[in-house]
Every structure is written in structure tokens, then in C-alpha cells.
Design a protein. Structure first.
Length: 116
């Protein structure tokens, strides 16, 4: 991925995943262990969609290491073809869940993600 403040080696599997997602638009959910590359893969997918001229909604349900909004929030941003995925995208909507640890959330974290 170019045009950002960092250079990224894109794994062939991630490139294939991006092409598969472009071929069948819909909802994509990324799950995985901490520091397994979910955010990086998300950035790659988002950039492919943007480059293809599509607008997408991105929901960040990682309440401990949020990329959209502050910690302890579930955030939504909208990315259009004119807007690149920045390191800290501007949130369109935020839900405050009350904790950065999922078991201690005051609300229904999964429900907050689904609502966005």
C-alpha cells in the first residue's frame, strides 16, 4: 500500500482476500488474536474498495485498541473513493461501552457493533 506514512508488504493471501471481497460485496467480519494483523488486513481491504470507486462503512469493535475513536468505544467511519484510510479516521458515530475489557463492558458490545 502506498501513499501513506508507512510502506506495507502485502501478503499474497491478503491480496487474494481483497479480490474475493471485491467480487462479492457484503459484510466482512475480521476476527483474530491480538496483533494478528486484523487492522492491517482491514486497511488493505478498505484501500481496494476505495480504489475500485466504492464507498464503505467501517465499524471498529476493538474497544481496547480502537482505530476509530477513543478506547472504550465502538466506532463507525464512512470511507468514500475520495478519502484514503488514514491512521486515525474521523468517526461518524461512536458508542461508549464503558470499559476497554470486553468482559467488563456495561452494555452489549456485540449489539453495539451490530447497530453501527
Amino acid at each position: 500500500m502506498t501513499g501513506s506514512s508507512f510502506e506495507l508488504e502485502i501478503l499474497p493471501e491478503w491480496e487474494q482476500a481483497a479480490e474475493a471481497v471485491l467480487a462479492r460485496p457484503g459484510v466482512v467480519v475480521l476476527l483474530g488474536a491480538s496483533d494478528s494483523g486484523k487492522t492491517t488486513l482491514c486497511r488493505i481491504l478498505a484501500e481496494h474498495w476505495r480504489a475500485a470507486g466504492r464507498t464503505l462503512g467501517l465499524v471498529d469493535g476493538d474497544i481496547g485498541q480502537s482505530s476509530i475513536g477513543p478506547p472504550a468505544t465502538v466506532g463507525l467511519t464512512i470511507l468514500s473513493p475520495a478519502h484514503r484510510f488514514s491512521v486515525s479516521p474521523v468517526p461518524r458515530f461512536l458508542y461508549f461501552v464503558g470499559s476497554t475489557a470486553a468482559p467488563q463492558c456495561e452494555g452489549d458490545c456485540e449489539g453495539d457493533v451490530a447497530r453501527l
